[in-house]
Design a protein around this ligand. Structure first.
Ligand code: MN
Ligand code: MN
Length: 149
């Protein structure tokens, strides 16, 4: 879920991305297609002057199991990215990109932008309260609409 290429400052940092707690079984067309394209897009945003991107990602649903039931194959993978001009600086104009992407073959050439949803959509499917460090009026504003830029 955390891309190894986002943790290439040191070998120790990078090795943490290969822990099983950071890994879900992902369809190659998802992982190497629009999921990878969005990772590249986020790196581009970071390299163009935005100081900090806060990212939260995970799975939901089930389309089967591996390892005698010990590993779930998620139906969907999702990611929320908060793009800040400076670390910790979030207001009602902060850009938030949330994606829900089917964990499926056949989407290798799909555009990640077509999977944009509201943060509220992910909250309702996962049961998580995302961005919960923000005041509730700010969460309501930032979480209710999908990114359109
Ligand atoms: Mn909400
Ligand atoms: Mn929330």
């Amino acid at each position: 879920m955390v891309a190894s290429a986002d943790r290439d400052r040191s070998a120790d940092d990078q090795s943490t991305t290969y822990l099983m707690t950071n890994i879900v079984p992902q369809a190659p067309d998802n992982n190497q297609g629009p999921w990878a394209e969005f990772e590249i897009y986020c790196r581009t945003v970071a390299s163009k002057g935005k100081k900090e991107l806060a990212m939260i990602a995970g799975p939901y649903g089930s389309k089967g199991v591996l390892a005698k039931g010990k590993v779930n194959i998620p139906e969907t993978v999702w990611k929320v990215v908060v793009i800040m001009d400076s670390p910790g600086q979030v207001d009602e104009n902060t850009r938030v990109i949330a994606l829900e992407m089917p964990n499926s073959q056949g989407i290798s050439r799909a555009n990640w932008r077509d999977y944009r949803v509201s943060v509220d959509s992910i909250e309702s499917k996962t049961g998580y309260d995302l961005l919960s460090d923000l005041p509730s009026n700010l969460q309501n504003k930032l979480e209710s609409q999908a990114d359109k830029r």
